[in-house]
Design a protein around this ligand. Structure first.
Ligand code: NAD
Ligand code: GLY
Length: 365
């Protein structure tokens, strides 16, 4: 298996990346967490799809298994509380290890349960969606949603091990795959020129799930994230670059009530907006505009339920937790593979970008 280390001193941890690696998983876990008791958290969909694997893990690790309901709407304090009840009722201890087996929802909520159970226990991420592989399983952001917004209650708590097996992608619905691909695509704009060139060159093969290439794209994405998180774990500076396209995306998700659009789909639209804004305010040279627009035609823009209202989208940006001192932080591209954080952007420029992208939808011209 390939390995990347997220370097955080005595909290450093390995991310293993491979395909069809299940046979090696229990041994690797036991080696890393010798003598611990285990609890595995998944959701009902994954429990059904991967019943045999879960039963084998249950058996070989003597693990407690708990399945939460499937869906972002269950990423709540109530579900978190249900996990804690189960851990307490089964007398798991400070030395116990919790395993998150699922997509970003399972990973985020299980990570938060691990962060808070007995003031913090170790946990393992086994991501089963593309989004979770390239983004949410690495970096230690854990959270649940509040009725006032997404991910408003949570903690930074790094996993002790991440196990990425691309074989899980074979059962992932296509729409979820594309949504996850948006987060991989994002790294092309923030991960340096080499990452940019890699994504542009291998985009079609990755979308076609060509095994070696897709795994390499995932590995490179994780390497970029590991580097950024190692430098700025608590998002005091450059970690915000990981939110490329997200200021717009969060507004779009909010506009559609977090129901009609997947996060990654909103991120693809957000990337289009960020590129347009970069050209508009001059961080991207005008002569590169065409190149940036061509890039966005690559993944194609997911269909929207209706044309969003631009003023409403603008207002929605202020309810994001990334607003600081009343200013919205935008990440805008400067050159292939590079972006910067800007928070002093004029309202008119933002409205003009929203209007251009959502009223004329240039990315699909
Ligand atoms: P998800 O966890 O809801 O998974 C999407 C759907 O795919 C679900 O229905 C799930 O049951 C199903 N699924 C998962 N794996 C499958 C598989 N292998 N085969 C078939 N179906 C499968 O969504 P997601 O996109 O993985 O994650 C989104 C969440 O991640 C959001 O809550 C978001 O806030 C969070 N997130 C967190 C971070 C972070 O840094 N912590 C970063 C990005 C996103
Ligand atoms: N997905 C953003 C981060 O991990 O910081």
């Amino acid at each position: 298996m390939q390995q990347i280390v997220v370097a955080l001193g005595d909290r450093s941890y390995p991310v293993f990346i491979g395909s069809d690696t299940f046979k090696e998983l229990a041994v690797a876990i036991k080696k890393e967490f010798h003598g611990a008791r285990f609890a595995l958290v998944t959701n009902t969909t994954i429990q059904e799809l991967y019943r045999s694997q879960i039963e084998q893990l249950q058996h070989s690790l003597d693990a407690l298994v708990y399945a939460i309901p499937d869906g972002e709407k269950y990423k709540t304090i109530d579900t978190w509380s249900g996990i804690l009840d189960t851990l307490l009722e089964n007398r798991l201890e400070r030395s116990s290890v919790i395993i998150a087996f699922g997509g970003g929802v399972v990973g985020d909520i299980t990570g938060f349960a691990a962060a808070s159970f007995l003031r913090g226990v170790k946990y393992i991420q086994i991501p089963t969606t593309l989004l979770a592989m390239v983004d949410s399983s690495v970096g230690g952001k854990t959270a649940v949603n509040h009725r006032r917004g997404k991910n408003l209650i949570g903690a930074f708590h790094q996993p002790g091990l991440v196990w990425v097996d691309t074989a899980y992608l074979s059962t992932l619905p296509e729409r979820e795959f594309i949504a996850g691909y948006a987060e991989l695509y994002k790294y092309a704009f923030i991960g340096g020129k080499e990452m940019f060139d890699f994504v542009m060159e291998h985009h079609d093969d990755m979308i076609a799930k060509k095994p070696g290439i897709l795994q390499e794209g995932i590995r490179r994405s994780i390497a970029v994230k590991a580097r950024i998180v190692s430098d700025d774990e608590r998002e005091r500076g450059n970690r915000a670059l990981l939110n490329f396209g997200h200021t717009f995306a969060h507004a779009l998700e909010n506009y559609y009530n977090y129901e009609k659009i997947l996060h990654g789909e909103a991120v693809l639209w957000g990337i289009a907006c960020a590129c347009d804004l970069g050209v508009r305010i001059g961080t991207v040279p005008e002569d590169s505009r065409k190149a940036y627009e061509a890039l966005l035609k690559k993944p194609g823009m997911p269909e929207l339920p209706d044309t969003p209202d631009c003023e409403h989208l603008y207002d929605a940006m202020f309810s994001d937790k990334k607003v600081s001192g009343g200013k919205i932080r935008f990440i805008v591209p400067t050159s292939p593979g590079k972006s910067i954080i800007k928070s002093d952007i004029d309202r008119n420029a933002i409205i003009a970008t929203l209007t251009r992208i959502f009223k004329t939808q240039p990315a699909n011209d």
